[in-house]
Design a protein around this ligand. Structure first.
Ligand SMILES: [Zn+2]
Length: 199
């Protein structure tokens, strides 16, 4: 793999940042001013674009980033982050943001294993992981439709046993990774109103 990474540049840039007191304009608290937590994909095109296109400044939202903005397990680390954001860091609203042209849309077990092998991971280690009960095909489940995938994440959060009773709105959006244009998939406020109407 690569011989020279970015570390020395990072440390160099950090020194200038500290010397120039670049941090002074970033003073804020750990609590999100807009009282919201966003679950978004880790895609590089969304770095900066996601926040700007949603009008979010530093300190205003907690952002959890994970491949595909997907939640694989109701008690895994992604859901844990969302739960901590709500129950310990004062977030009162969740926004799931999926995007078009997501790398996870074609992430299958077969494609992943091919890349592992290509990058020098031995067949022994791949088999060992599978034999120890690790289900690669469940772990890497590609999605065909970003709207369905966003709805699945929204539903997982909204129906979570640690959230479903407290009325936290969970919204779903899809973003264009080139322009930042957002499409509304689920309006969590209306979902709540509907539920109130039923009562
Ligand atoms: Zn993505």
């Amino acid at each position: 793999m690569r011989e020279i990474g970015n570390l020395s540049q990072i440390l160099h840039d950090n020194e200038s940042f500290i010397d120039n007191k670049g941090y002074e304009k970033y003073q804020t608290t750990k609590y999100p001013d807009k009282r919201m937590v966003i679950l978004a994909c880790m895609d590089t095109r969304l770095v900066g674009l996601l926040e700007k296109s949603m009008g979010i400044e530093q300190g205003q939202a907690i952002i959890v980033r994970v491949a595909g903005a997907q939640i694989r397990h109701p008690f895994g680390s992604i859901m844990q982050s969302i739960l901590v954001a709500i129950h310990m860091l004062k977030a009162e609203e969740v926004v799931v943001v999926g995007h078009h042209d997501c790398g996870m849309q074609c992430a299958t077990k077969q494609a992943f294993v091919e890349k592992l092998t290509e990058n020098g991971v031995s067949e022994f280690n791949i088999r060992m992981a599978e034999h120890s009960g690790f289900k690669l095909d469940q772990w890497l489940e590609k999605f065909d439709n970003v709207y369905d995938s966003v709805q699945q994440s929204v539903s997982m959060i909204a129906n979570h046993p640690f959230l479903s009773e407290i009325g936290i709105p969970v919204h779903g959006l899809v973003i264009d990774p080139h322009t930042g244009k957002l499409e509304l998939v689920v309006n969590g406020d209306q979902q709540e109103l509907k539920m109130e109407g039923i009562k």
